[in-house]
Ligand binder design. Sequence first.
Ligand code: F6R
Length: 359
Amino acid sequence: GKGGYDHYMLKEINEQPTALGRSVSGRTDSGGEEVDLDGFLPGSFDGIDRVHLVAMGTSYHAAMYAESLLARRGVPARAFMSSEYAGSTPPEEDGTLVIAISQSGETADTIAAVRAASAERTMVATNVVGSSLTRECDDTLLVRAGPEIGVAATKSFSAQVATLSLLAERIRRDAVGDPSPDAAAFLSALTRLPDQVRRVVESGAAERIADAFADSESYFFIGRGPGHAVALEGALKFKEITYEHAEGFTAAELKHGPLALVTEETPVFAVFNGGTDDTETLGNVKEIRARGGPVVAVAGGETSDLAETVDHVLSVPSTHPELAGVLANVQLQLVAYHAAKQRGRAIDKPRNLAKSVTV
Ligand code: F6R
């Protein structure tokens, strides 16, 4: 059942601390020394030169997130929508690892991508033991989110990013030969994430933001790096359960066209990573403010400077810049949830959608 929550989606949003805890626990230590990913012993990824990630929807956004984590660790990586993989990918070279990401393990487009892959090695990161993709792929990595009933993927995204964070660090160690320079800080931040997510879900701030922008025409979401993946995911969640127009962009993209859409009626959610790239994102936010667009910054740490520029700050606990996106994403899940609830939408079963897309 829904365990006292109005919707499975809200229950699953609240389960994220537990889901993340399961994804991370026993797989690393707070000292950031070890990465112990089930059967993937050190050396498992020797000889891997590049990674192709294939997925759809929310799982594609986790793939984009992982692409950024791998690339920053010196492992060339590209995320593809599964449906585009066979038709538009350069032939795979030796040393390519194809990783499918799928909550259900049953997504037809992703199964087709894996079948089309000529890579020597394929693996799937999935939430479902014994699913079709586990049979199609050479290796399986479980994301351990627990059963997800709501059509809108929530806890599976967080658990995917946590699991892929560990995988990125494992692949880096094997492919490059040593831990990433920032490994200790990154992995210890990962172990703190479950508690930080709990603080976000308990804060209640997202509901006030959803109320403040209940009458808008269109909702935009921007970010860069991992924050770009989160911007796309924030927009997807918002449109699929509220039925309002929502669109995600990389922060720098606006001035190349979409700024034409920005008015006082188009709130923009800006995801800040808490790293050196925040300065550029703030520059993009000022361009939006100059056109009258209301801005909600989703940001961690000390935000008093930011608060002078934007209309609202949805704050998150401060963490490693590569993990801030997970916390920002939880805030955006809650904004979408409350916006959909105000509109009386069928949150757990939005119109025209199914939990697993097997056609
Ligand atoms: C959105 C959503 C879908 C799925 C997509 C892939 O909330 O749930 O976009 O993410 O259909 O599904 P899986 O991960 O099962 O392959």
